[in-house]
Design a protein around this ligand. Structure first.
Ligand code: DGL
Length: 271
């Protein structure tokens, strides 16, 4: 038993897609979330900078005495998950392995599409993971750099969102039966993505798949939060506007949330 919170980090609001699934599957676990919306998107940034920013987020979460860290960002997972996992003594989960396994399980045609940020796609990490698990899979990857800014500005229902998604996903038409949403921001565009791809294409939400692994690890290390404690206080932190973050979080999570602003450069020393 360990009643401390689980820490989640993302470049912005994308990790909320993992949090929503956690609230559904493991509702008694307490959450500390940090989103770096002031510096999002991470995807087009160089690896060195993504590493530096991600460590700042990790160090912030460590000041909150979390029992586990979930890197709820594919881009940060691709760049620095292995290093963070090796360095910390608490469990650290990324979102890429769970999404890869789920895609293999889902596909009938063995033709899988992957969409992600420029860094995630350039790293080729999904293709490597998928093929290391199942070498006969065909993987077609595509960077969608316009998606994250649409999500961060809460324009997911706009006509611009529809146009951008339609144009971006055109190369997949008729070529795949499974599409990995390899960026935790993308499930916020899910209805449009599904509409463009058609009902025959199964969408894999890499973040949501991760919650199953969180549950396995909590059980394995026996660090679940006691069900006897009825009250819990989730905390959400953003490096940008509290109002903007709260609006998206409350829409997405369907509940009121406490959001605080944090200035990472001032408050947290990184390695
Ligand atoms: N949610 C992050 C991911 O999963 C996003 C990206 C970004 O800031 O570019 O990759």
């Amino acid at each position: 038993m360990d009643n401390r919170p689980i820490g989640f980090l993302d470049s912005g609001v994308g990790g909320l897609t993992v949090v929503r699934e956690l609230m559904r599957q493991l509702p008694h676990e307490e959450i500390i979330y940090i989103g770096d919306s002031a510096r999002a998107p991470y995807g087009p940034r160089p690896a060195k900078q993504i590493r530096e920013y991600t460590w700042q987020l990790v160090n912030f979460l460590l000041t909150k005495d979390v029992k586990m860290i979930v890197i709820a960002c594919n881009t940060a997972t691709a760049v620095v998950w292995e290093e963070i996992k090796r360095t910390l003594s608490i469990p650290v989960l990324g979102v890429i392995l769970p999404g890869s396994s789920a895609a293999i399980k889902s596909t009938q045609s063995k033709k899988i599409g992957v969409i992600g940020t420029p860094m995630t796609i350039a790293s080729n990490i999904y293709e490597q993971k998928i093929k290391s698990l199942a070498p006969d899979m065909q993987v077609k990857s595509l960077a969608c750099p316009k998606f994250v800014p649409i999500v961060e500005s809460n324009e997911t229902r706009s006509s611009l969102a529809k146009k951008v998604v339609y144009e971006s996903l055109a190369p997949f038409a008729g070529k795949i039966d499974t599409l990995v949403l390899g960026c935790t921001h993308y499930p916020l565009l899910r209805p449009i993505i599904q509409n463009v791809m058609g009902p025959q294409v199964k969408l894999i939400d890499s973040g949501a798949e991760t919650v199953r692994d969180i549950s396995v690890l909590l059980n394995y290390f026996e660090i679940n939060r006691s069900r006897e404690i009825s009250d819990k206080q989730d905390h959400f932190y953003t490096t940008a506007s509290v109002t903007g973050f709260r609006e998206i979080a409350e829409q997405w999570l369907g509940r009121a949330v406490t959001v605080e602003h944090v200035n990472l450069e001032k408050e947290v020393k990184h390695d």
